[in-house]
Design a protein around this ligand. Structure first.
Ligand code: SF4
Length: 96
């Protein structure tokens, strides 16, 4: 599935940043220049439990990524409305 008008609103979701199934979010070559060191651990985004430490807000309500402009490639390539997106949203009960 690709982006379309029925794609979820990422700013009201955050499921993909809160689910360890897709972790770790490795920081690869060219990634991470703007990511503060306190958010990095062993070459990946640091997590608090299953949740990326860069995620701010309440998943399912209102969230944002504090390093959005510099987020790792794995995050930039994750597609809203994809099968993986739908799966993590279902996990949290965000899919109707
Ligand atoms: S770096 Fe940002 S986009 Fe990537 S998992 Fe963390 S909060 Fe989500």
């Amino acid at each position: 599935m690709t982006d379309d008008d029925s794609s979820p609103d990422c700013e009201a979701c955050g499921a993909c940043c809160t689910y360890s199934w897709e972790w770790p979010a490795f920081i690869g070559p060219g990634d991470g220049d703007g990511i503060p060191s306190y958010l990095v651990e062993d070459g990946r985004m640091r997590c608090d439990g299953d949740r990326c430490a860069a995620l701010v807000g309440t998943p399912g309500s209102s969230v944002f990524c504090r390093v959005y402009e510099d987020r790792p490639l794995v995050c930039r390539e994750f597609t809203a409305g994809s099968d993986a997106c739908r799966a993590v949203r279902r996990h949290f009960g965000f899919e109707g």
